[in-house]
Write a protein of this length. Structure first.
Length: 136
């Protein structure tokens, strides 16, 4: 099996629902994310690659970069709160899940899969010491 890895970096803020740490659930806070995308194939293409790194960036770069400087909030937050945030945040993303590193890794994985890339794993570093991974 041949495997390649492409990295993306972004800065993002979020607020979680019912987190163990009240710092994560009682306030908006941010992280410097490092997203590692792993693509694999048993065979190489005609150029001798799993996928050209430039093709990976072209197909998913805009999606991953859309998280940069975004405020990501779960749709289960009170509507009044989300309405208020939408008035003052240009890049507010409301997602249908609790925006944990685990759930975001799956979201990114699913998007890559829809782009018909041979994704096998997404690892999302939320901090320098903590990351989550989604593999199907």
């Amino acid at each position: 099996m041949y495997t390649i890895r492409k990295q993306f970096k972004f800065e993002m803020a979020h607020q979680l629902l019912q987190a163990y740490s009240t710092a994560c659930s009682e306030q908006i806070h941010g992280h410097s994310y490092l997203c590692e995308v792993f693509l694999a194939s048993k065979k190489l293409d005609k150029t001798g690659m799993v996928v050209d790194f430039s093709a990976v960036k072209d197909k998913i770069g805009d999606y991953i970069n859309s998280w940069d400087h975004a405020l990501v909030m779960p749709s289960d937050m009170p509507n009044e709160y989300l309405d208020c945030l939408s008035k003052f945040n240009v890049n507010l993303k409301i997602v249908d899940y609790n925006p944990t590193a685990e759930a975001m890794a799956k979201d990114i994985f699913d998007y890559i899969k829809k782009q018909k890339l041979p994704v096998v794993k997404v690892r999302l570093h939320e901090t320098t010491t903590g990351w989550a991974e989604y593999t199907k």
